[in-house]
Design a protein around this ligand. Structure first.
Ligand SMILES: Nc1ncnc2c1ncn2[C@@H]1O[C@H](COP(=O)(O)OP(=O)(O)OP(=O)(O)O)[C@@H](O)[C@H]1O
Ligand SMILES: [Mg+2]
Ligand SMILES: [Zn+2]
Length: 270
């Protein structure tokens, strides 16, 4: 038969207070104790325990929140599956099948391959690909996106008109995701490609343009500190006319401008 003392020891394991301190991790007052495990397979083993420290609990909660966040992001990203966003003519675009028609574009291709190689998601590096129709601006932007996704980076490729349409669709009550879901996704991806800048308006002075300017500003603002690639076939004067100055200055701020001039590849058969 067990003595009363033994039973007491079982309920209240033998322990020795080694000291108390305030945990830097969780801010709680913690007692460091030496204890003897009273039962189970490790019975009798001496351990040091930090009683009162909540660091592990906090870590688990944070991990759960992160996982929920990532799951949500993945779901939205599936809706925004790049394949459905990229035009048919560009779905096969890669660096390999971009054949530069002149020396300048050969250099552009190698600069963009280098950009892809050096890409660092924690370092903002923006590009503006400028040039006339059909020189491969979108083609090379898609190629970058594909290569980076293969390396495990998250990327989103959207033309400005498509972006605006997607946002407008969320105003529909039946929409599966909200405007802020879209802005969230844009904010979080490692690389965002905003294709066809300057094609978004019909004329300058309607309310609709104000809405467009505001939305673009929100998007650009969300991307600060991250990398974004813009493409446009307008020169800076025309782009200045089409876009509101505040947006344009955001876009040009710290952005490397890459000129892509050449014959329209789409008309090569002529
Ligand atoms: N040098 C090239 N080698 C192979 N294909 C090319 C090349 N340049 C363009 N293309 C192809 O031509 C088509 C038009 O190119 P792309 O859409 O990239 O032009 P763009 O510069 O974005 O034009 P826009 O200003 O009209 O948007 C695409 O199907 C693209 O794959
Ligand atoms: Mg294009
Ligand atoms: Zn702690």
């Amino acid at each position: 038969m067990q003595s009363i003392k033994d039973v007491g020891e079982m309920l209240q394991p033998r322990q020795k207070l080694l000291g108390t301190y305030t945990c830097e991790g969780c801010g709680r007052s913690v007692e460091k104790k030496e204890m003897v495990i009273p039962m189970g397979p490790r019975k009798g083993e001496t351990i040091i325990a930090d009683i009162g420290c909540k660091c592990e609990d906090i870590r688990l909660v944070e991990q759960a929140l992160r996982q929920r966040d990532q799951a949500k992001l993945r779901k939205i990203q599936q809706q925004f599956d790049n394949n459905s966003l990229i035009n048919k003519s560009l779905q096969k675009a890669t660096f390999t099948n971009y054949i530069p028609p002149n020396e300048d574009l050969r250099q552009v291709k190698s600069r963009l391959m280098q950009y892809t190689k050096e890409f660092d998601k924690d370092e903002s590096s923006n590009l503006l690909l400028v040039g006339n129709y059909g020189t491969g601006k979108s083609h090379l932007a898609v190629a970058i996106t594909k290569d980076l996704m293969e390396k495990g980076f998250t990327c989103l490729f959207l033309s400005v008109p498509k972006l605006l349409t997607k946002i407008k669709q969320t105003y529909n009550a039946a929409s599966r995701f909200s405007e802020s879901d879209i802005l969230d996704l844009i904010e979080r991806v490692d690389l965002f490609v905003l294709d066809d800048l300057g094609t978004e308006y019909t004329n300058n002075k309607t309310d609709n343009d104000n809405w467009t300017h505001t939305k673009l500003f929100e998007v650009l603002d969300n991307r600060s500190g991250k990398s974004t690639i813009f493409t446009t076939n307008l020169n800076s004067d025309r782009l200045g006319e089409k876009m509101n100055e505040r947006n344009l200055s955001r876009i040009l701020d710290g952005t490397e401008i890459i000129k892509m001039v050449g014959k329209d590849y789409r008309r090569r058969g002529f």
